[in-house]
Design a protein around this ligand. Structure first.
Ligand code: FPP
Length: 230
């Protein structure tokens, strides 16, 4: 069966640019093109939720010019590219603490989410200033505020940025690194992990299909055992 929710750690933009002797920001620019291609492919394949890790809580440590370039690209994506994706039925949700973003980015986020909120196609989550530990902490703060003293797993899930969405079935990481990087720690408890050597700007719709084929051949047991047919 095709995964309902696919999450991707888009890694390798910098290395892609370096290999071509270009500034790192060129890698991010190419990375946005890949984002658009993969969102469209996921939507056509019938994936219900796609979560992309675009900017982590730790990414603020990068040089100022790189952060600036990422913000420009983000604004471009939210103001320009989202229209076409919206026409295809994509519904946008942002995961993360948005308080650190500038006013103009917050306005674009708000506009893009409102523009797509009635769409019924792919639910596209973009993780921005996202960190899973921060996400879990803010969930606990909110539960305490609401006087919830004995949360269940379902209660906690309902206070995460992904509230109401199923957990990822498949987690893909590009550029060959075997790390989770503080991404969706709670939600990936039973996700299948697929690491691909390609750098994110080189990742194609075919690569996504390969990951899905690989996923379809896995036996998911969720901690149980697979019973042999009698
Ligand atoms: C990892 O590559 C990539 C990022 C930290 C940013 C991902 C951002 C984009 C694909 C573009 C912005 C996205 C949207 C949705 C507008 P890296 O820079 O860590 O690469 P490296 O590990 O090779 O240095």
């Amino acid at each position: 069966m095709i995964p309902v929710h696919v999450a991707i750690i888009m890694d390798g933009n910098g290395r892609w640019a370096k290999k071509k002797s270009l500034p790192r920001t060129f890698g991010h620019r190419q990375g946005v093109k890949t984002v658009k291609k993969i969102v469209k492919a996921a939507n056509s394949l019938g994936i219900k939720v796609l979560t992309l890790y675009a900017f982590s809580t730790e990414n603020w440590k990068r040089p100022e010019n790189e952060i600036k370039a990422l913000m420009v690209l983000l604004k471009y994506f939210l103001s320009k590219e989202i229209d076409e994706l919206s026409r295809e039925g994509v519904k946008l949700r942002i995961l993360g603490d948005l308080s650190k973003f500038s006013k103009d980015i917050k306005i674009e986020i708000d506009k893009a989410c409102k523009r797509t909120c009635n769409n019924t196609g792919l639910e596209l989550n973009i993780a921005l200033n996202y960190g899973a530990r921060q996400e879990i902490l803010q969930a606990f703060e909110e539960m305490l505020k609401q006087g919830i003293k004995k949360p269940t797993e379902a209660t906690l899930s309902s206070f995460l940025y992904t509230a109401g969405q199923p957990d990822p079935d498949l987690l893909i990481r590009t550029s060959g690194e075997f790390r989770i990087s503080n991404f969706l720690l709670w939600q990936i408890a039973y996700s299948e992990i697929y690491i691909v050597d390609k750098l994110w700007p080189d990742f194609t719709a075919q690569d996504l299909e390969n990951a899905i084929k690989n996923f379809e051949n896995r036996q998911r047991r969720f901690g149980g055992i697979v019973l042999e047919k009698q």
